[in-house]
Each structure stands twice: as structure tokens, then as C-alpha cells.
Design a protein around this ligand. Structure first.
Ligand code: HEM
Length: 152
């Protein structure tokens, strides 16, 4: 199970990133009327869905399938002192939990906004922050904890 779930998690990163960038660009579009739905709101929905699925597969790996995080969780002291283990046990999880929180904060602020300008501002700001958190948490090749861009 570990390998297929890791592969799904790896490939789904691209869809999530595409939707993150798309939703952020879309949120910048002018928003003029609070009585109407925000422009291109489907971007928001699909972005949040993709992120939720990523989190689901991530948690499955983190608490069940990954030998790396199993070792890290059982040996927190060792994990803190080793950059690769620290990344998988704390940093990756932290960045992605932060991303999950910021996207939701943005949505709630946008839903409760009093003016269309505020709605636009909150969507854009928090989707951009979410995208940055995701980008920062990905194990890009070349980093000490790097992983392949495409897993076959
Ligand atoms: C709470 C959310 C998340 C958790 C708990 C989580 C957890 C994990 C774990 C445990 C691994 C495998 C480590 C290993 O066995 O070596 C992993 C790999 C990875 N995660 Fe996450 N993840 C989360 C969210 C995300 C998100 C949102 C993205 C990107 C959109 C992402 C991108 C990746 C990538 C690219 C890999 C490497 C896959 C590979 O080796 O090919 N993760 N994640």
C-alpha cells in the first residue's frame, strides 16, 4: 500500500498546485456585487477539494504507511537532530496543516465580507498564502529531503 499511496500523493501534488495557482489568479478578478457569488468560485471549490484529498493521503502515509514518519514519531529526539527526518516528521506536516488552515480562513473571511472589495482581498490574500505554504512544504529535488518530481 505504501508505494501506491505515495505515488498518488506525489502526482496529486501537481493538480493541487495547478488549482492553487489558478484559484489565486482567479481571486484577483474584479468582484463587484456581493449579492452575486464570487467570480469563478468553482476554482475555490476544486482547490479545496484537491487539498483535502492531499491531506487525506498525507495523513494515511504519516500515521499508517510511511516507514520514515513511523521511525520519526517513535524517535522524536533523533528526528529533531536529523534534517531529513525533521522535514518528514515536522516541517512537511506543519506547512501542509498551515496551508489547510489558511485556505479555510480565507473562505470564511470571504463569506463574511461586508464589501466585494473585501471579499476579493481575502480570497486573494489567503489563497496566495496557502499556495506559498504548499510550495514551501514540497520536497523539491535538490533539497536535502528532495524527492522526484514525477514518480513512475
Ligand atoms: C497534512 C497534510 C500532509 C501530510 C500529513 C503529508 C505527509 C506526507 C508523508 C508522510 C509523505 C511520505 C514520506 C515518506 O514516506 O518518505 C509525504 C510525501 C510527499 N508529500 Fe505530503 N503530506 C501532506 C500534504 C501534502 C500536500 C498538500 C502536498 C502538495 C500539494 C504534499 C506533497 C508531498 C510530496 C510531493 C511528497 C513526496 C512524494 C514522493 O516521494 O514522491 N503533501 N507527505
Amino acid at each position: 500500500m505504501y508505494t501506491p499511496v505515495l505515488s498518488i500523493h506525489s502526482w496529486l501534488r501537481w493538480l493541487t498546485l495547478l488549482l492553487a495557482v489558478g484559484a489565486t489568479i482567479n481571486a484577483w478578478r474584479p468582484d463587484r456585487d456581493l449579492s452575486l457569488k464570487p467570480p469563478g468560485r468553482h476554482w475555490d471549490t476544486f482547490f479545496m477539494m484537491a487539498l483535502d484529498f492531499q491531506v487525506l493521503f498525507g495523513l494515511l502515509l504519516y500515521f499508517g504507511l510511511s516507514p520514515v514518519t513511523k521511525f520519526g514519531l517513535e524517535n522524536m529526539g533523533v528526528a529533531l537532530g536529523n534534517s531529513n527526518l525533521r522535514f518528514w516528521t515536522f516541517t512537511h506536516l506543519g506547512a501542509m496543516v498551515a496551508a489547510t488552515a489558511t485556505v479555510r480562513v480565507g473562505r470564511v473571511l470571504a463569506i463574511n465580507a461586508k464589501t466585494p472589495a473585501d471579499r476579493r482581498k481575502w480570497r486573494f490574500l489567503f489563497f496566495a498564502l496557502t499556495t506559498l505554504a504548499i510550495l514551501a512544504g514540497i520536497p523539491w529535488p535538490g533539497l536535502a529531503n528532495g524527492r522526484p518530481l514525477f514518480r513512475f
